[in-house]
Unconditional design. Structure first.
Length: 662
């Protein structure tokens, strides 16, 4: 699923049924532990609302009214509609919309399942930008890759900055390595607009104003320069653009950084002193920090810190964002099957880019629950000229709008090859049990559909094992000795990287071989919320963090996890609550020009004045008012990678009238 930890499971099967699941104690990253979400995974696979058979819509779009049909009937209708759309509108009128519900390299978003089929039809390509693209683009400008240090090497660090990441909720296996570092004397700082579970456990929490992370990085580096603690040798040998960037840093003294970020100057100075004089220093930043208008630039500038201090030369120093760049599988989607180049449609632009689409095919995604500007998406999905197919496990809000629903397998029921984006292991997933009902894996669904439509291209029919062999055949040194037979036997294998791993000690994967500092005037892009606050009737910045009980919208229908999550909540600072006459437990409207959602107030100093927070992941249909926070999230791109802006929206919070809360 969409988690950096990609944990290793052991499933116990009795009489053909999975009866127990636990974390693999022998896998070095999992170490036997699972999170509160995945601990209920077997219960989830066996839930009463599991979709087990193909379905055809019988009521209005959005009603969720369906009848059971056979696979043959489903394929007949799908094949006829796809051929008609291609003939009348061209293949680009088809949008294969895949999400991060599965990150498997065979069955999921990272993989090949379906993509060869879509190329045969000439369908539009899909830009999966919803997660990490802005930050990845920024890191690539600095380091040449989004990849960085091995997160396990945080155990060697003496100063750890958990920057915009709630480790104990969104990847808790890393915390063991943080604890190892603390046992050896490391100081841990959480930088986050919210005082999260992780911030509670850190030695220090800096409550930053959302979207001003680049300014904090510049302010901290200002202290490093004042201390003369920059690594001149590393700067001379391994970086470019230093003098220009140095001039930029000098424009952000601590007092200016404090004014923009909302962090007291004394706290910035104290942390800057620690960075100046502590080797190795490690920065762990994840995807939340880049979901605003300046997200790419923020990661670009934050990643400059270890370039100035020379931490990349030290084991346990540097920065960890996503380890995906260290994964060198051969993902052959066969673009040569395209008759001509095709357009690319952007995942988080569904509301606007769906206009020219005649078939939307959704898998491993729940856009009505997860994508920005929900109200406009709903209006698009109501179009009678749009043929929508959804491959799913459960009756999500997106399923309610489908014309055809296809039952999909879950993790314990199919083969897959995985790589975490928070560690350096490949993992093999062998099916533990047979699929229930008539569920099919993603790869098998497309194999059967291709056959039904009379397609003769041989690569469309490669088996899962053949696809796995192809993935492992890249010849990259990191995969030397990593065979499918070994993976199937051992379950997981660390890729061939040294321990400890200092990826950029001797250079960077850029054209010059050097780290590239941001050019003068390009180190900070203000968030939309700050740029427009003075002209907006909506004075509060909304942040939508990950929920502790849901993984995006996965598990959003689990009764026990829903009970633990309680009703939708919005955290409001005491000063903002008092100004609006709000008290804890009160039902309110969180609204802007895009729409509104209902939530219960929790008056709390966990958020600063001017900031409100409401966790993502709840299903709209399960919420009062039928909406979740994405109704007020604008369809707006970040500065790089067309990344989304989930933490960069202005809202107002107003008391509900009785009729609003029904």
């Amino acid at each position: 699923m969409d988690c950096p930890d990609t944990c290793s499971w052991i499933v116990t099967v009795e009489d053909g049924k999975a009866v127990k699941m636990r974390g693999n104690p022998e896998q070095p990253y999992t170490r036997g532990a699972l999170c509160v979400k995945v601990n209920r995974y077997l219960e989830h696979t066996q839930a009463d609302d599991r979709i087990l058979y193909p379905l055809r819509r019988t009521g209005p779009k959005g009603s969720g009214q369906f009848e059971r049909i056979t696979w043959e009937e489903a394929f007949d209708e799908i094949g006829t509609r796809l051929r008609s759309i291609v003939d009348e509108h061209g293949g680009e009128a088809i949008w294969p919309y895949v999400g991060t519900g599965s990150l498997g390299y065979i069955q999921g978003a990272e993989g090949v399942a379906g993509r060869r089929f879509w190329n045969m039809l000439g369908a539009s390509k899909h830009w999966l930008n919803i997660c990490a693209t802005a930050g990845g683009a920024g890191l690539t400008l600095t380091n040449g890759t989004p990849a960085g240090m091995d997160p396990e090497d945080l155990a060697l660090s003496r100063l750890i900055l958990l920057w915009g990441t709630n480790t104990l909720t969104s990847g808790h296996h890393l915390w063991k390595f943080v604890q190892d570092a603390r046992a050896a004397g490391a100081h841990v700082v959480a930088i986050d607009p919210i005082r999260t579970r992780t911030a509670d456990q850190a030695d220090q929490h800096l409550a930053i104003r959302p979207g001003t992370d680049a300014v904090l990085a510049l302010g901290l580096l200002n202290v490093v320069l004042a201390e003369g603690a920059q690594d001149e040798e590393f700067l001379a040998e391994h970086t470019q653009g230093w003098e220009s960037f140095r001039a930029e840093i000098l424009e952000y003294p601590v007092e200016r950084a404090a004014e923009i970020t909302g962090i007291p100057a004394a706290d910035i100075r104290e942390l800057g002193m620690r960075i100046a004089h502590t080797r190795p220093t490690a920065i762990r930043a994840t995807m939340g920090v880049q979901r605003h208008a300046g997200g790419g630039t923020a990661l670009r500038t934050i990643s400059a810190i270890p370039g100035v201090t020379g931490d990349w030369r030290h084991p346990g120093g540097g920065m960890a964002y996503s380890t995906s760049g260290h994964v060198h599988l051969d993902i052959d989607t066969r673009d040569d099957l395209l008759a001509k180049p095709v357009r690319t449609l952007t995942m988080t632009r569904l509301a606007s880019e769906l206009d020219s689409v005649k078939c939307l095919w959704v898998y491993a995604a729940n856009p009505v629950g997860s994508t920005s500007d929900t109200n406009r998406i709903r209006r698009q999905l109501e179009r009678e000229d749009l043929f929508t197919v959804v491959m799913e496990h459960f009756p999500t809000d997106t399923v309610d709008y489908a014309d055809i629903v296809l039952p999909a397998t879950m993790q314990t029921e199919h083969m897959d090859l995985h790589a975490g984006y928070g560690h350096l292991y490949l993992l093999w997933n062998e099916p533990a049990v047979a699929p229930p009902g008539e569920c099919l894996s993603t790869a098998e669904t497309f194999r059967r559909l291709a056959a039904h439509m009379g397609m003769t291209e041989p690569s469309l029919y490669d088996s899962d094992l053949e696809l796995a062999e192809q993935l492992l055949s890249s010849g990259h040194p990191s995969l030397e000795g990593v065979t499918l037979d070994r993976l199937r036997k051992e379950g997981w294998v660390r890729m061939n990287y040294p321990r400890p791993f200092t990826p950029f000690a001797d250079g960077f994967p850029t054209a010059s071989g050097r780290l590239r500092f941001p050019p003068r005037g390009k180190a900070y892009v203000p968030p939309h919320s700050l740029r427009t606050a003075g002209d907006s009737p909506y004075p509060l910045t909304l942040v939508t963090p990950a929920a502790h009980t849901f993984l995006n919208t996965i598990f959003g229908n689990n009764p026990e996890l829903r009970r633990r999550a309680k009703d939708p909540v919005v955290l409001v600072n005491p000063a903002d609550a008092e100004a609006r006459g709000l008290v804890s437990g009160q039902r309110v409207r969180v609204h802007n020009a895009g729409g509104e959602f209902l939530a219960d107030v929790e008056v709390s100093d966990r958020v600063a004045r001017g900031v409100v927070a409401s966790p993502k992941g709840s299903w709209p249909k399960h919420n009062p008012g039928g909406a979740n926070p994405n109704t007020v999230v604008a369809e707006r791109d970040a500065d790089m990678g067309r990344g989304p802006s989930y933490h960069d929206n202005l809202v107002e919070v107003s008391p509900c009238q009785l009729s609003d809360s029904l």
